[in-house]
Write a new protein. Structure first.
Length: 322
């Protein structure tokens, strides 16, 4: 995607005129609040400059956001009980190590790398507990599985490199962390997964493109590794990582697109939300740049809190230009 001038300056520590801010609204939120949410969004043109009204409150952009079951190209079954929210994988097609030895990647190669393209794909195929045993025991089948998934991803990436313009930013996403740590620990992550991200991101950057990487969960201890792999903008979560940890690994070193505290927003007062946004921008940002701020809007947020999030983002985006 093309970047605004402030996004590029913030990403490269080039003194942006304002902190780039954004908000993403899940389909389930539109389904729940409808006209009430439309009125709030219209009041915040800085966040939504191209918004001209929502013509379909029930629109869903992905098959897995529909209630029911969906089978992907790898044979993973995604189950969903709530329209407008993401599904989870409930059937793993490679439950045993013997199955790994027989696994074939999908024949269809598309010019895309969807969210969960590497680490989460391993878990979708094996199941979380089996995958963790593979990491713990250094099972040879783990590297076999990684090689199959990585090769398939590189084929997809080559098509992306042919199709997408050079010089632009692309967003990659793979949730690496749990609530308080990496599931397999940093040492195993560096051994098995860092080489994968290194290969993928270095290939993408070879033609002058930029890498934005979204990752949920606690991942702060490998953020410097991800930067080595080629990440230029990292999108971590506030609550799972802790603001002080993100300041330590990102401030002045790597542009952080901070995902604000989704676990606070359903329960906070508007005043607490205002304080949260201000603290994040003042501690992690600087006049030189290095910070974007984003908020994901969930269906469990009260309307007054949604308004407070939008207002605080617009209020504090210019804190370094005053």
């Amino acid at each position: 995607m093309p970047l605004t001038q402030d996004q590029m300056k913030a990403a490269t520590f080039g003194r942006p005129s304002a902190v780039p801010v954004s908000a993403g609204i899940l389909p389930a939120v539109w389904m729940k609040y409808r006209d009430e949410l439309d009125r709030i969004v219209r009041r915040h043109p800085i966040l939504f400059p191209k918004y001209a009204g929502n013509s379909n409150y029930d629109a869903i952009w992905s098959p897995t956001y529909h209630a029911g079951n969906h089978v992907d190209e790898w044979g993973c079954v995604w189950s969903n009980v709530q329209d407008g929210m993401e599904a989870i994988v409930t059937h793993h097609p490679v439950p045993t190590r013997a199955d790994v030895r027989k696994l074939k990647a999908p024949d269809l190669i598309k010019p895309e790398l969807k969210h969960g393209f590497m680490y989460l794909r391993l878990g979708d195929l094996r199941g979380f507990e089996e995958l963790m045993l593979d990491f713990a025991e250094d099972a040879p089948e783990l590297q076999m599985l990684i090689d199959i998934v990585l090769e398939h991803n590189m084929q997809r990436l080559e098509l992306m490199c042919q199709k997408l313009p050079k010089g632009e930013l692309h967003g990659f996403g793979d949730d690496l962390g749990m609530q308080t740590s990496l599931a397999m620990g940093a040492q195993k992550w560096r051994k098995y997964l860092k080489p994968c991200f290194m290969k993928i991101f270095q290939r993408w950057r070879a033609d002058g493109r930029m890498v934005y990487f979204h990752t949920d969960g606690c991942c702060w201890e490998v953020i410097p590794d991800l930067q080595e792999c080629g990440v230029q903008i990292i999108n971590p979560q506030y609550r799972a990582n802790g603001l002080d940890n993100l300041v330590k690994v990102c401030k002045g070193k790597l542009c952080c697109c901070l995902d604000l505290d989704r676990q606070l927003f359903p329960f906070a007062t508007p005043k607490e939300i205002d304080q949260h946004v201000r603290e994040c921008i003042t501690k992690l940002g600087s006049r030189e740049g290095g910070l974007w701020v984003s908020a994901e809007i969930g269906m469990d947020y009260p309307l007054e809190n949604i308004e407070a999030i939008f207002a605080a983002l617009e209020k504090y985006r210019t804190i370094y230009s005053n």
